[in-house]
Design a protein around this ligand. Sequence first.
Ligand code: ZN
Length: 428
Amino acid sequence: MLFEKITLIDENFDVKENMFVATEKDKIAYISQLPPQKDYGQKICGKNKLLTNGWFNCHTHLPMTLLRGYAENLKLQDWLNTKVFPFEAKMNEEDVYYAALLGIAEMFRFGTVSATEMYFHPLSILEAAKKAGIKLNLCTGTTEFGDGGLKDNKNFNEELDLHERCSKMGNDKIKADFSLHSEYITTEKIVKELGEYLKGKNERVHVHVSETKKETDECIARHGLTPTAYLEKCGIMNAKVNAAHSVWLTDEDLSIYKANGVTAVHNPMSNLKLGSGFARIEKMLEMGINVALGTDGVASNNNFNLFEDLRFAAIMHNPLNENYSVINPKTLVKMGTLNGAYSQDRCDCGCIKEGNKADFAIYDLNEVSMKPCHNLLNSFVYSMPGGAVLMTVVDGEIVYGNGKFTTIDIDDVIRKTEQSRKRILSEI
Ligand SMILES: [Zn+2]
């Protein structure tokens, strides 16, 4: 594929106009102001179009699409205990498969190419991701309520199985991570055993950290430590950690993040919706902590349009901060792309550069919300509607284009998820 005379956001997150961008197999093969000598096949006119790296959504629960709009106007603990957990208890493997496909379709619709996913029935999600062609880092969200050890833990064993399956797939499009759901629904025994297991291994752990004040206060009451300090004490920092939410962090917690290369995954919409609080994003960025973006599940968002999170991240911290310039458009686009790729160990992804994986989205610059345009990067972050995505490409494959999903039978998926929704409600 060759895009001719297209505007792009380059590897330094600067805007360049009238560029030629070609893909070959799964890679970006050519970027220049001059047309290539070589024939790259199909030619696409780039006039009034913007090409940017696709989004990396780094904290998701894909199958929660089934709960979209089901539980509103509740605080997190009530939301979880009275609505989410009873509904999820009725979700079977088939429900999870189709709900995950629906979520992936929504991601493609809004230019997302990769997700860091945590949910149960992981094999159903693995199959959905393989069918759809999304990049995915997958884990189960390990929980432990009893006094069992790690080797008998169902989630841990599922993750070992995922590691084996992913390593046999012959590419790194889908990767297995390890996980802890959180401090509050695991035991110290199991967290320590996981820390010990991870020693000397080059693994990633996905975990909810200090999402709410209540969670943080209760952890301090239980262990005498913040969730971050507790995870460090238990050896979890032996792994590379993706810490979802990271809202109630102390200065010491931030130092632990910095010292251990923890990625803080900012979930602005979810944090506002559930009243969780304001993560210290400016401070993290000033300290050089890697900050990525996530939507969380759509029950707490309520969609997979990462643009909205980008925009909320851009403005929600202003009332608390003197300096409005730290979270600027360039930084935000980087948070939604390159920082996310880093947090998934995808070193050839996350920005538009020759040799990188061809993961990008094409936007319509004729959108009325983009007119007039003083500064394209500003307008991209503050004005571009997610619906302006014309095409989403993962590893050189068009997964969404001309209003159609090429890998997902969306009518069937909508039909199946509606059947699941009705059945589950009838069983609760
Ligand atoms: Zn979550």
